[in-house]
Write a protein that binds this ligand. Sequence first.
Ligand code: PEP
Length: 287
Amino acid sequence: MRGGQASNNLVKMRAQHAFARENRRHASSLVVCAGTGKFVVGGNWKCNGTKDSIDKLCASLNSGKITADVEVICAPPMVYIDRVQSKLKAPYQIAAQNCWVSKGGAFTGEVSAEMLKDANIPWVILGHSERRSLCGETNEFVGLKTKYALDTGVKVVACIGESLAQREAGDTLNVCFAQLKAIVDCVTEKDWENIIIAYEPVWAIGTGKVATPDQAQEVHAGVRKWMSENVSPDVASKVRIQYGGSVNAGNCDELATKPDIDGFLVGGASLDGEAFVKICNSAAHSK
Ligand code: PEP
């Protein structure tokens, strides 16, 4: 075995042991209750596309057959949302990838929740790890944004997830809980009807390194247990927890079988219409 491979394995083993230790601390039994909400798949197109490629993607999505019982939400770049809205047919819904923390005004380059509402955009993704790490969005800021969007009538996909260093330090659940707490501190119990949690380990986003179904299930179950204890058992069972991080047409079916995985947030593979439709149809494998 080459040195690089051996040290990679060592890092993986350490991370697994740290994670197991952490789980023992946090939970005697991680499966509290499986999610009961409808499977939901989101496509985060990020800052990708041209008019031409977006038209092709819409055509490919429209011609794909979504046969499973699944809610589907596509998040194009802001400048193309209007175009996509006029092209995509049901069951596709639209999300923005971000919005401002308060009422619009002198905030150059931003888009307000009121504008999303006015433009009939029902969803917004907030707290994506790229915005946290590249734009400096803190837990508290994401909590405030979530509340403002909800109060304006825009539903929220709220992203949480740990970095590789945090996982290796055994901090996965603590990081996710702190991110969730900042949202819980801002919203009411009723608001949770309009929030989807997307668990997206940062080390799995855009890297091709998907979490194993067991790794994802462990965190999802931990998050659901935390929601049960810190919000309510009813909200915990109903809130949908998506997994995100290198989901593709080949790994989605197995991930979907896990009881606490209620859907996916998909980046790269959502730019391929055929692959994305296959991922949506993996809902048929969910419990
Ligand atoms: C994402 O950015 O939300 C994401 C999950 O990306 P990818 O599927 O490419 O890892």
